[in-house]
Design a binder for this molecule. Sequence first.
Ligand code: ADP
Length: 220
Amino acid sequence: MADKREAGVVVIGLGRFGASLALELAKRDVEVLGIDRSPRIVQSLSGQLTQVVSADSTDIEAMRQLGVPEFSRAVVAIGTELEASILTASLLVDLGIDDIWGKATSREHGRILERVGVHHVVLPEHDMGERVAHLVTGRMLDYIEFEDDFAMVKTRAPAFAVGKPLGASGIRAKYGVTVVCIKRPGQDFTYATQDTVVLPGDTLIVAGTTRQTEQFAELS
Ligand code: ADP
């Protein structure tokens, strides 16, 4: 058996999601085989990925001929065409791809992809909708929620913390959150320590439970 192209990624379906994913990988010098059945889309991405070809990803012979089984990672980025998404995903499972990612347009779609053997299911529209909901109703500058109700929030430093070291403002004891990073205007983020003095206009990254991080951001 040929050696797997460990570092490469096959991206199937080069719509908005698949194309931006493939281009981001290419920007990071990752070998990308992009596949879409639309010659127009393939043409528009030609020269920007390692290889981009027009093919029907539900055709197992075509996938074999393109060398898809040589890759250990693949992303099924077909969203709206449910049947093509599921058939492609099961075909990748049959081809023995070690690490398969699938984009789902609904929770039900995600469950089917998991059932056929996709290892990681993402729901970009759903997840982004939830994330924006937190941003529009609060004072956070950015927000990432992890599993188990844990989040990281980007927020302005609250007035009570300004002018003293983080260790002296008792943020963790009072609000249950940990300040992980701090950024002065015009500078890069650095790790925060007990001795980091907060200045007016500083931006903080804080970690904690979803509720605690949101409440802390409201103080800004
Ligand atoms: P987005 O919402 O990210 O734009 P879409 O689901 O609209 O995603 O786009 C999916 C892409 O997948 C389209 O470019 C379409 O041509 C491609 N596609 C759909 N079915 C197949 C298939 N069987 N083989 C290859 N490409 C496909």
